[in-house]
Design a protein around this ligand. Structure first.
Ligand code: PLP
Length: 377
């Protein structure tokens, strides 16, 4: 069986992980959160992408919340989010008392459609919140231009795109602030939870730092300058991520090479109704490799029969979810998001795949699309 996420993701790091747990657990300071390791990790993370600052916090969702909160997003404000993607895009907005306004996505790139995002702007819009998804970065140049023209801020949900670069500028540094998620399944996942805010705006970073620890400034305990959250960072995770950071570019490169190979094999399948993600390296992250086909469920079954796990991410557009229905204007449709929900299937692209496994996956997809021997078409 070829798993979608590697079951042995941290096997080579087990000894280090146990050493870290022992060192932090028995350290003389007994400091388990927001200590020296967190500070070092923030410095190295910021340096790795060239950000002025990075603030580590408890998750990607929390990072998004802290940014929006620091920008003063609250009751009466609207935040434009993609109609297709993960729940935190809308739930963080709702949990701050603001209203998510769903813009449709580009049917091919699956990221927010800048024209529709612009059409969603009102005088109550405070933030434009695009997200990079699967292997594709949002059209940040156009979105920034729109945001500037209308005087709204841009929060870049770069949770899945750490290490990606568009036109020479890293994912996370396009908006007023960006974020990364370190949950296990993400490209820079850890053995647990974590996230970070990255920004060049030092004032915003200062506020985010206070908000992550109950509005304290890090120097005076029990002095609360603002109402904050508990989104502190764990020292064990900080040490483990410091250990994993130098190997990250090589793991990303392996993902990109697998994607290059897939792109070569799958390009010709367009005439058979199966679309691969746009190839190349500019603005690509290869967190997840996602195909588009009207016969999505049949392809998933076909792959399962050949021992290949595939995932359907986001089987419904966000406004079609029960949770967000109150924020879906009656009669509004999101054709791009609806089609994506029906047609996307993600196949394994993790860096521990062997060449033989990658070839097997590509063979299986090609056989399905061209209806060659062994398909059930
Ligand atoms: C994973 C993800 C998040 C949330 O990150 P967590 O660490 O799981 O809270 C937010 N936005 C996007 C686009 C994500 O993929």
């Amino acid at each position: 069986m070829i798993e979608f996420f590697p079951p042995d993701i941290f096997e080579a790091d087990h000894d280090t992980l146990f050493d870290i747990v022992r060192a932090v657990g028995t350290g003389p300071e007994q400091r388990f959160i927001l200590g020296d390791a967190t500070a070092r990790f923030e410095k190295e993370l910021a340096a790795s992408v060239g950000a002025a600052d990075a603030v580590a916090c408890s998750s990607g969702t929390s990072a998004l919340t802290l940014i929006l909160h620091a920008m003063g997003v609250g009751e009466g404000d609207e935040v434009i989010v993609p109609a297709y993607g993960c729940a935190p895009l809308a739930s963080t907005v709702v949990n701050l008392g603001a209203t998510p306004v769903f813009a449709d996505i580009d049917p091919r790139m699956l990221v927010i459609d800048p024209s529709d995002a612009e059409a969603c702007l009102t005088e109550r819009t405070k933030v434009l919140l695009p997200a990079h998804i699967y292997s594709v970065m949002a059209d940040m140049p156009r979105l920034l231009e729109i945001a500037r023209r209308h005087g709204v801020r841009v929060v870049e949900d770069s949770a899945v795109a750490q290490g990606a670069v568009l036109d020479g500028r890293p994912a996370g540094l396009w908006g007023d602030a960006g974020l990364y998620s370190f949950v296990q399944v993400k490209s820079f996942g850890t053995a647990g939870e974590g996230g970070a805010v990255v920004t060049d705006d030092s004032e915003l970073a200062r506020t985010v730092r206070m908000l992550r620890n109950h509005g304290q400034d890090g120097r005076h305990r029990f002095l609360h300058h603002v109402i904050g959250h508990n989104s502190r960072f764990d020292e064990i995770q900080a040490e483990f991520l410091l250990h994993r950071l130098p190997g990250f570019p090589a793991r990303l490169e392996r993902r990109a090479r697998i994607a290059d190979y897939y792109a070569e094999r799958f390009g010709p399948l367009a005439e058979h109704g199966l679309l691969a993600p746009p190839p190349g390296r500019n603005g690509r992250c290869y967190y997840v490799y996602t195909l588009l086909t009207e016969r999505r469920d049949a392809l998933r079954d076909h792959l399962a029969q050949r021992g290949i796990a595939a995932h359907v991410y986001y089987p419904r557009p966000l406004p079609a979810q029960a949770a967000f229905a109150p924020y879906a204007p009656a009669g509004r449709r999101w054709p791009g998001a609806e089609r994506a929900s029906r047609c996307t299937l993600s196949i394994p692209v993790h860096p521990l795949l062997t060449d033989a496994q990658v070839e097997h996956i590509a063979d299986a997809v090609c056989a399905f699309a061209t209806g060659g021997p062994g398909t059930d078409r």
